[in-house]
Design a protein around this ligand. Structure first.
Ligand code: 5AD
Length: 372
């Protein structure tokens, strides 16, 4: 458990977090953002780490009620990059100056364990990049194989800690057992840096649910956090207005930019040393200033898109993603300029989370102590 999770710590206390999420007073909310910005500066510094996002496949076997990649969305054109195509994107990310490639996909059985392992090995051999995988729920054998191939980190959002809501909107696959929060613990024990997050303003999500999510970030001692507003996709049950759980309107979390910013800020207070990304969803909701506002209330990571432009529009988790098409404001160079204009610097190197480095040092020390 994280050191920050001590009894009476307001940053991890569910009741206090819920209160701050419900805060309607502009001045007090500005105070929260300033506090998170201070903690960010003190704990992880002025550097913004750029991760090169590569969307390697939009095939998906799941039926999530929120996501445009769901298997039932039959008119969506599906694609899967070849190993050479992925390597070309990774090289471009490295040449640009990213320290990490993030390989992301739907939950695609066509991405075999061996294929992904081979791609990870090649990226590690042919570039200096750290590799983050974000390929959904897979079996332990796959995770182990990819770790041995050299993968450094795994991202798996648990989406909501309300189990009843999650069961509704994320139907389980037959034969699969552990839930995402357990999977994250398993991944950490395998030596991965682990990242997670939730959607903000899911229909049926209460302030108490969201406060609980943030408290769980601290309990899991996450190395990476990414949260964004829920954006309805018309080809999904939630986008068509299906109600997963009946809750009162006063309890429903709104899916707006200001709530997403509060979640970033409260995540920073709960996990002072984590790497926290500004999501593309926030930038989609607030194209002019979403990235800046995120970086100014706790975040320290951006993930510019290095996927081949011909496929980008097909990675349509939700409509009108801000990094699709020729959106110059979202190009890596533009994001660098936007970062520098805030008085922040752009990180070089892998940008491991300090929490992860501390854990490794602790492990090494314990191993040394146990030597005869
Ligand atoms: N709106 C916002 N975020 C979404 N995601 C999936 N669908 C949506 C949506 N409609 C998020 C989920 C997923 C991540 C890749 O994108 O949190 O884990």
């Amino acid at each position: 458990m994280a050191l920050s999770v001590v009894l009476g710590n307001p940053a991890t206390d569910r009741h206090t977090i819920a209160q701050r999420l419900r805060e309607a007073d502009g001045e007090r909310t500005a105070g929260l953002f300033a506090e998170a910005d201070d903690v960010r500066r003190r704990e992880v510094g002025e550097c913004v780490h750029f991760r090169g996002l590569i969307e390697i496949s939009n095939h998906c076997r799941r039926s999530c009620w929120y996501c445009g990649l769901r298997v039932e969305h039959r008119i969506l054109h599906r694609y899967r990059l070849s190993a050479d195509e992925i390597l070309a994107c990774a090289r471009a990310a490295a040449a640009w100056g990213c320290g990490t490639a993030v390989l992301q996909s739907g939950e695609d059985s066509g991405l075999t364990s061996r294929f992904v392992g081979g791609v990870v090995e090649r990226i590690k051999a042919e570039t200096p990049l750290a590799v983050t995988l974000s390929l959904g729920e897979r079996c332990r054998r796959d995770f182990l194989r990819w770790k041995r191939a050299g993968a450094d980190r795994y991202l798996l959002r648990f989406e909501t800690s309300n189990n009843e809501l999650m069961r509704r909107i994320h139907p389980v696959r037959r034969g699969t057992a552990p839930r995402r929060i357990e999977l994250l613990r398993i991944l950490r024990d395998m030596g991965y840096e682990i990242g997670s997050g939730v959607m903000v303003g899911l229909p049926g999500q209460t302030y108490e649910d969201l406060a609980n999510d943030i408290a769980i970030f601290a309990e899991l001692d996450l190395d990476m956090i990414g949260c964004g507003p829920f954006l309805p996709h018309p080809a999904t049950p939630l986008g068509r207005g299906r109600v997963p759980l009946a809750i009162s309107l006063t309890d429903q979390v709104p899916a707006d930019a200001s709530m997403a910013l509060k979640v970033i800020a409260l995540s920073r207070l709960a996990c002072p040393q984590a790497n926290i990304a500004v999501s593309t969803a926030l930038s989609t909701l607030d194209p002019m200033a979403g990235r800046e506002r995120g970086l100014q209330c706790g975040a320290n990571v951006l993930m510019p898109n290095f996927s081949p432009s011909m496929h980008r529009a097909k990675y349509a988790i939700y409509p009108a993603k801000s990094d699709v098409g020729n959106n110059e404001r979202e190009s890596p160079d533009a994001l660098r300029q936007r970062t520098l204009r805030l008085g922040r610097s752009v990180g070089s190197g892998r940008g491991d989370s300090p929490a992860y480095r501390a854990r490794r040092a602790e492990r090494t020390a314990t191993m040394r102590e146990s030597l005869p």
